[in-house]
Design a protein around this ligand. Structure first.
Ligand code: ADP
Ligand code: MG
Length: 562
């Protein structure tokens, strides 16, 4: 489409002027200009850019310089409100329609849209897809559909919204209107779901780096969390920060404890009234409180650039969520810190939560994702590398800044171990899940092994000298190091990466962190030791592990200090 491309190139200076006039910025950030050009050329476009990267500009500026209305799909009422207020504040005609807007107001907005007086209209997906609204849209000159937080379309993702899956209808109803989908979640499957479910037509995909080098990644042991938090804040009395907690109750308790120590803190969760919530949010934005103690309900779309630290009081349920939340720190580019409190018992608590009341397939996926989170927390190598690998990026060097880089754990040459595992995966034609791989390496004779014929392959039993838990740790370290990835859509089969092939061929050595059983790493109580010994006398390694975890869980409540 050379004509439209030329037209788009001609619009680019106008886009730049709009950026200056309405937003006050002199330059586009890397990628924004290319994305805007693609959108203006009428291309379907997918934007995968981290939180704070500047996705809004990528559809708002095209909306401003194009004729007609840009319809924006957004998952949260609060998010729509914030963005529309910001747009209006910048002098751009924008409005939102959702369940919080009354009929007469909605009618006024609709009239403004039909008469061409509106540039951007934010809607919830359920509103957009209602019959009346689709008919109304038929009467409007639409320049663009923007699907914000587009990962909500994917059931693999962390914010799945069933209504998003029906947005494919847009392409059918408006075959000639370009669609831009934007998200900060960049994993392979989410990207695939966005493209297929929205019926995008040969979309241009823009993937910007997910590296946030100014955020320093730290994991701390879960003991005495309150003490750690207070100590950190006392040492950084000027720095605004967010503490993410799992439960509403914890938010309130921690906030109270901080206040008792003379720290200006407020809590925020979905159980508060809208008024209470916006008060807490406002106080934090205005620096009237230093610390906000919140559930993950806090933060989507919040624009505070000088958040200096983010803490996770509890283990997040997956890396996507963790990454999004820590991404709220350091949007101004200045050095910032992300601290995750971690104990093995957190995993058990979370495992129960992510598998309860969900279909088996989802439970399995949630568990697999939680395991990646766990392995990040237990990492033996540069945490930034692990995080980026999760988003399919490779970092050439260790970051030198995370806690692991600063204080490396005991390692050994794990090349041979890795080769055994990689060889087994290859010989089994990349059909082994993590558990099955370990069973094959250890020469187990269970049904899955026999049925797959894996007892016939050459590396069967090649790792029989190591216990299950050791292999479990090493295989996850290899995953984290990017030697293979999990194909969730193919029965969780491990697939070897180019890097993995290098290790297999002996071209690349691999360091592994020596596996430390949890009871050594976290001083056992007498009860947990006794239980572990009892279970060990009878059970399988898994049974032993679970018994041990059960004991750990009991300690969790005390340890978390709530
Ligand atoms: P995202 O949706 O990707 O999380 P936003 O669109 O909310 O990010 O933008 C994050 C911040 O970056 C906002 O404060 C926005 O005004 C700012 N921003 C966006 N583009 C630019 C730019 N070209 N120059 C300077 N700041 C920008
Ligand atoms: Mg956004």
């Amino acid at each position: 489409m050379p004509d439209t491309l030329t037209a788009a190139a001609e619009l680019l200076p106008a886009a730049r002027r709009a950026l200056k006039r309405y937003y006050g910025y002199d330059n586009f950030r890397p990628m924004q200009a290319d994305i805007i050009q693609s959108v203006l050329a009428g291309q379907d476009t997918v934007v995968l850019m981290p939180t704070g990267g500047g996705k809004s500009v990528c559809f708002q500026v095209p909306a401003v310089v194009s004729e007609g209305l840009c319809v924006v799909v957004s998952p949260l009422i609060a998010l729509m409100k914030d963005q529309v207020e910001a747009l209006k504040g910048n002098g751009i005609a924008a409005a939102f329609i959702n369940s919080s807007v009354g009929t007469s107001e909605a009618n006024d907005i609709a009239r403004a849209a039909v008469s061409g007086h509106l540039k951007l209209l934010y809607v919830s997906p359920e509103k957009l897809l209602s019959d009346g609204f689709m008919q109304f849209l038929g009467r409007v000159n639409i320049s663009l559909f923007a699907i914000d937080e587009a990962h909500c379309i994917s059931s693999w993702g962390h914010d799945f919204r069933p209504e998003y899956t029906k947005l494919g209808a847009l392409r059918t109803q408006f075959p000639n209107t370009p669609i831009v989908a934007l998200t900060a979640t960049a994993d392979r499957l989410t990207k695939r779901d966005i493209i297929t479910q929205l019926n995008l037509h040969e979309p241009k995909v823009f993937l910007s780096s997910f590296d946030r080098p100014n955020i320093n990644l730290i994991v701390r042991p879960g003991q005495d969390r309150v003490g750690s938090v207070v100590e950190y804040i006392t040492r950084h009395p000027q720095d605004p920060g967010i503490i993410y907690c799992l439960s509403r109750k914890t938010c309130e308790t921690i906030s109270q404890k901080l206040q008792q120590k003379g720290i200006k803190a407020a809590h925020y969760h979905a159980g508060l009234t809208p008024n209470q919530r916006s008060k807490a949010q406002e106080a934090f934005l205005q620096d009237d409180v230093q610390v906000i103690v919140a559930t993950i309900a806090f933060g989507m779309g919040i624009d505070k650039s000088n958040v200096r630290w983010v803490m996770h009081y509890n283990l997040p349920k997956n890396i996507e969520g963790y990454y999004q939340e820590i991404g709220r720190a350091g949007r101004d580019g200045a050095p910032s810190t992300a601290i995750l409190f971690y104990s093995f018992a957190d995993v058990m608590q979370m495992r129960e939560m992510v598998t309860k009341d969900v279909p088996a397939r989802q439970a399995q996926l949630n568990t697999a994702k939680l395991e990646r989170m766990q392995q990040f927390a237990e990492a033996a190598s540069c945490r930034r590398k692990i995080l980026l690998h999760y988003f399919s990026e490779t970092l050439a060097h260790d970051c030198g800044n995370c806690d692991i880089c600063r204080n490396p754990p005991t390692t050994f040459d794990g090349t041979l171990l890795a080769q055994k595992a990689l060889s087994a995966v290859t010989r089994a034609r990349e059909r082994l899940s993590v558990t099955l791989l370990i069973d094959v390496l250890r020469g187990m004779r269970n049904q899955a092994v026999i049925a797959g014929g894996y007892d016939q392959i050459k590396t069967y039993g090649a790792g029989a000298d190591l216990p299950y838990l050791d292999w479990y740790s090493y295989v996850h370290q290899m995953l984290n190091d990017g030697l293979f990835y999990i194909a969730y859509e193919e029965g969780y089969a491990l697939k070897i990466t180019p890097r993995g092939h290098e290790v297999l061929k002996g071209e690349l050595p691999l360091l592994l962190k020596k596996f430390q059983p949890a009871e050594k790493a976290e001083k056992p109580t007498r009860a947990s030791r006794k239980a572990a010994t009892e279970a060990a006398a009878t059970g399988s390694p898994e049974a032993r592990l679970f018994e041990h975890l059960r004991q750990l869980r009991k300690q969790l409540a005390d340890e978390q200090g709530v």
